[in-house]
Design a protein around this ligand. Structure first.
Ligand SMILES: Nc1ncnc2c1ncn2[C@@H]1O[C@H](COP(=O)(O)OP(=O)(O)OP(=O)(O)O)[C@@H](O)[C@H]1O
Length: 86
């Protein structure tokens, strides 16, 4: 999982879009998530992290994601090579 930090307008979205298209063109699985719905709209196939990873709201120190072993989402997470968190 990669996190990319930078000031506004420095090219974070541009870099993630480029990486996502490059990896997907090689048939790699890339999950693009952001902390807000507005930010997720900038990413190809973007979703909020809370939606994609079934993160409970509100979340506490001991909260766990609601992903069940053997589910389709669990298999996808095992197979994917890169997550983008914007
Ligand atoms: N390497 C690059 N080559 C050409 N244009 C670029 C490059 N990086 C960024 N840009 C352009 O610069 C502008 C700002 O980039 P981008 O939206 O990716 O920044 P950002 O860091 O995601 O900004 P914000 O945090 O405000 O969302 C965009 O128009 C983008 O196309």
């Amino acid at each position: 999982m990669f996190f990319l930090y930078g000031y506004g307008g420095t090219g974070k979205t541009h870099m993630w879009r480029t990486l996502t298209y490059a990896l997907r063109s090689q048939k790699q699985i890339v999950l693009t998530v952001a902390s807000s719905g507005i930010a997720s709209l900038l990413l190809p196939g973007g979703r909020t992290a809370h939606s994609k990873f079934k993160i409970l709201v509100p979340s506490f120190e001991n909260s766990v994601c609601n992903i069940h072993q053997g589910s389709e989402l669990a298999d996808l997470l095992k197979k994917n090579k890169a997550n983008h968190m914007g």
